[in-house]
Design a protein around this ligand. Structure first.
Ligand code: ATP
Ligand code: MG
Length: 705
């Protein structure tokens, strides 16, 4: 087995081998990014089959996104092409299987994704919101509502506790209750994606036949990326393995990035309570990334307080420096990135990562223009159906078709004419105008003098827009027709992030910039929407990958560009409010950094993310090639090294046998060293440290040589 794996270029290290061979009983593998968690799981699977003669269908591997299930299946095939496939799946598809059996015989309908059966979850929630609030929900509110419902279900929160929950916006709990009641009282029982988890768990709890069937189905269960597992998901897994307890859980608490969706990483801390005979292992050696990337990421994540202390290290070469690029605008960022990309000769091992999918719209537009092939993880076209985009198009349509009262009535309340509810109702009943709607409206709707004046002004602007370039049109809508003002007041009223909303306008302006007419603009949006659609295609070897940080988890690329690293985006103001959320944002950033094998570039503009400053403080100044050149005032690169006159300054004195005091770990003895690392035995543990970092951070004092 060993020899064969060596031929494949992966020679398992001692700990990995131990994890592979320890097949019986509960095992928790808590390990750093790139330390071979997924690899070890795959090898363990192969080992079970080849060495322990376990039939492939007796093994179950669970992961938490479809992308990583695909990734595992692919890796398994690469390592064990001759073996029958193993069941790698997401927890949701497992839950679906169980639920289907549980509900067999009774009639029920699934409500998720599929618009055609008229029971689309989002649409239901939209209607319920409308009834509750007497006005339509925004796309963002609907998203928040869906996450909230997911959260409640995944936390297994009983109904009695719902009222005490912190709502994403006022009234969310009410809608949740309405939604649940609707599903229960519907002619046929309705089941959504989250209910599937709850029901699967209930099935295993209440239906002895199902429980016994699934407990007997698999002899070995493994779960990858378990830091993102929620309580209800853990609970399902617990029941599955109750009989044999052959469970291998693989996780990295530093990569827990779904607590907003009720992931429960603290469960890992209690692993021994659930499985008293559990064996816990750590893996800290990173095989993925260069020395520079590993060391910088390792120090970066240490800023988090709530974590298992780990010390990621690598024996790989130092590699090229991490590049910190600060530009003055989003536009410059795009230009810079495109220039970088056009210098590459292949894209298959390159990824562009960002926090929000909205960052990708312009990017795709440019990539498409330059003919660079790309594919997008979790592509979604939400941008194009965002109400702001709809609004802009409606303003434009109305300017070109001024008789269309119906179009104006869609945007009236978003202009500066102070439309009241009853006036809008009158407006909505008006027939199409024979000339300019804004001339005829005052004859049909009773309006105040100051409103009439504004309406007359508006007419001038709408007429002027017809000959303007689209960029100017958008700016006119924002400044002269009151759109920006409306956006600000809505953001405040509904607790939406203004920064995010404005971002959409900025993106639209950038799309509009090179174009010369509104018609062209509308056409370009359609084209881009089609490009997004295309980007969902299967990835081929030549394609550049675009992905959010979230969806890139578990993956790796030679070269990674992290984009839009700006305060307000990562972290958001909301993240920055509380230590816990700030730590989650830092973990997200860390997931991004640790995807890179060799080249990592962090790009920002405007007010750069504090996380870039943190990386900057870690990366040695001479190594930060294009360390931030802030435009107006050039600030020197900061390196926070506490002054310590007694610190060891040269590596010659760090010899085996020497006793040292480490700033963080205390007193210990150097037990081993090579040209770049020293291994120190401290009172409680042994640590492998980079000499380079110890010296430049003045971490060590010599106690006796
Ligand atoms: P993540 O936390 O990002 O999911 P991971 O711990 O699952 O990372 P893997 O993806 O399994 O890490 O491995 C990272 C890289 O290191 C892969 O390219 C893998 O082939 C390589 N690798 C893992 N173990 C070894 C080893 N013992 N020898 C050589 N390469 C290895
Ligand atoms: Mg992995």
């Amino acid at each position: 087995f060993e020899r064969k794996k060596q031929q494949l270029g992966v020679e398992l290290n001692k700990i990995q081998r131990k994890a592979v061979e320890r097949t019986e009983g509960p095992l928790l593998l808590l390990a750093c990014p790139g330390s071979g968690k997924t690899t070890t799981m795959i090898m363990r699977t192969g080992y079970l089959i080849e060495e322990k003669n376990i039939a492939p269908h007796r093994i179950k591997a669970i992961t938490f996104s479809k992308a990583s299930a695909d990734d595992m299946r692919e890796r398994f095939k690469r390592f064990f092409p001759e073996l029958a496939p193993v069941d790698f799946s997401t927890i949701h598809s497992l839950a679906f299987r169980i639920t289907r059996e549980y509900l067999a015989g009774s009639s029920y309908l699934m409500i998720e994704g599929n618009e055609t059966n008229g029971l689309h979850k989002k649409r239901l929630l939209k209607e319920m919101y409308q009834t509750e609030n007497d006005e339509p929900a925004t796309e963002d509110q609907l998203e928040e509502l869906m996450s909230f419902i997911s959260f409640v279900k995944n936390k297994m929160l009983p109904r009695e506790r719902w009222s005490a929950l912190k709502e994403p916006f006022t009234g969310a709990v009410e809608i949740l209750k309405t939604y649940e009641a609707f599903k229960e009282n519907h002619d046929t029982r309705l089941v959504d994606f989250d209910d599937m988890l709850t029901l699967a768990n209930e099935a295993l709890e209440k239906d002895a036949a199902i429980l016994s069937k699934y407990q007997k189905k698999w002899d070995y269960v493994m779960t990858d990326e378990s830091q993102d597992t929620s309580l209800v998901q853990h609970s399902i897994v617990e029941k599955l393995v109750e009989r044999h307890q052959n469970l291998c859980v693989v996780a990295d608490d530093d990569q827990s990035i779904y607590t907003w969706r009720a992931a429960e990483p603290t469960y890992l801390l209690k692993f021994k309570d659930v499985y008293p005979n559990a064996y816990i292992m750590k893996m800290e050696r990173n095989y993925r990334s260069s020395g520079t990337i590993v060391n910088a990421s390792n120090l970066f994540i240490k800023a988090n307080k709530k974590r298992h202390d780990k010390n990621m290290f690598t024996k790989q070469e130092e590699g090229p420096p991490i590049i910190l690029k600060r530009l003055s605008s989003e536009e410059d960022q795009l230009k810079y990135l495109m220039k970088q990309l056009t210098q590459l000769d292949h894209f298959g091992d390159v990824a562009i990562l960002y926090r929000n999918n909205s960052s990708s719209t312009l990017l795709m537009s440019e990539l498409d223009r330059l003919g660079i092939p790309f594919y997008m993880k979790d592509a979604d076209n939400r941008f194009f159906s965002h109400w702001i985009v709809e609004d802009m198009l409606n303003f434009m349509r109305f300017s070109l078709k001024p008789e269309r009262v119906d179009i104006y009535s869609k945007i009236a309340s978003k202009t500066n004419a102070y439309w009241s509810g009853s006036q809008l109702r009158f407006l909505s009943r008006m027939k199409p105008a024979s000339t300019h709607a804004l001339d005829e409206i005052p004859r049909n709707v009773t309006m105040k003098d100051y409103q009439l004046k504004i309406i007359a002004e508006q007419k001038k602007w709408f007429e002027a827009m017809r000959t303007m370039k689209p960029l100017k049109v958008i700016r006119t809508i924002r400044a002269e027709l009151g759109y920006d003002q409306m956006l600000a007041s809505r953001a405040e009223k509904f607790g939406m992030r203004l920064k995010y909303l404005s971002q959409i306008l900025v993106t639209l302006e950038q799309i509009a910039e090179p174009l010369s007419s509104m018609m062209e603009f509308a056409k370009r949006l359609k084209e881009l929407e089609a490009v997004t659609q295309q980007a969902k295609a299967e990835k081929t070897d030549e394609m550049l990958t675009l992905s959010t940080f979230h969806s890139a988890k578990g993956l790796e690329f030679e070269r990674v560009y992290m984009l839009d690293l700006v305060e307000g985006i990562i972290p958001t103001e909301e993240d920055a409010e509380k230590p816990d959320t700030l730590e989650e944002a830092r973990r997200l950033f860390y997931v991004g950094m640790t995807r890179a094998k060799k080249q990592l570039e962090l790009i920002s503009y405007g007010s750069g993310s504090r996380f870039i400053d943190e990386v900057n403080d870690i990366v040695l100044p001479e190594k930060a090639l294009s360390a931030p050149k802030r435009k107006a005032v050039a600030t020197p690169v900061k390196v926070k090294v506490p002054d310590n006159p007694n610190a060891v300054g040269d590596q010659e004195s760090l010899v085996e046998g020497a006793t040292v005091r480490h700033r963080v770990f205390g007193i210990g003895e150097i037990v081993e060293r090579d040209h770049e690392r020293i291994s120190i035995q401290f009172a409680k543990e042994r640590k492998d440290l980079m000499i380079d970092i110890c010296l430049s951070y003045k971490l060590l004092e010599l106690i006796n040589g």
